[in-house]
Design a protein around this ligand. Sequence first.
Ligand code: COA
Length: 198
Amino acid sequence: MLPHELPVSPGEWPRSAGSLTLSLPDPEGVDAVLRWRNDPEVTEWLIQTRINPESLKKEWLSSLTNPLQHVVIAWLGDEVVASGSLWIVDGMGQSHGDPEAYSNREADIDDLVDPRRRGRGFASQIAGVMLGLAFDEVHLRRVTAGCFADNHASRRVLEKSGMRLEQYGVRDSWHADHGWLDGCTYAMLAEEWASLNL
Ligand SMILES: CC(C)(COP(=O)(O)OP(=O)(O)OC[C@H]1O[C@@H](n2cnc3c(N)ncnc32)[C@H](O)[C@@H]1OP(=O)(O)O)[C@@H](O)C(=O)NCCC(=O)NCCS
């Protein structure tokens, strides 16, 4: 599938996920995420640690017209408590043959939760919505999520969402404070999503 054939902001928004309302990014919602996005408690286990607020705002607002990136902002009433992101990428493999087989057929996902609002199932709710978006609406074939092996909360969220631990890398992931650490990749195929949702 070529980029111009992918849907931009598929489906109806906002939508509910448990107690959350998930919306597409707008300036108010992105500004609210930016109030906690660079907190050390959030960045501790991220690959992209401190970000430039203006760059993130521009990127997330641009996702509204970018079929390769989908961002959702999670509201609990009038408070922004979390976000979810999905990036569409090519599948790994040989680059000749039918490009529709591998081009833009996979995605990576991640979640960010306000440190004051952790442990209430918000990331798990968002992960479920992002998987549904990827498989039911964008019709991708595989979704992955990577994390440091020591990011236990993230691993638990991915396990609860039904993703498989597909790769455990021994000291394959660089951490600026802790050096070379173990890393994990979790994955789910479209057929696995379908069998979970029969
Ligand atoms: C990872 C993160 C998104 C989880 O958000 P959350 O809303 O607290 O997640 P949930 O409440 O849905 O689930 C968290 C699960 O992890 C478990 N958990 C939390 N800390 C844990 C720890 N140190 N060890 C083991 N399990 C832990 C919780 O008990 C819960 O599992 P349970 O429902 O079986 O009890 C959040 O901590 C965060 O934003 N971290 C910083 C950014 C980040 O690392 N994002 C992931 C990018 S790879």
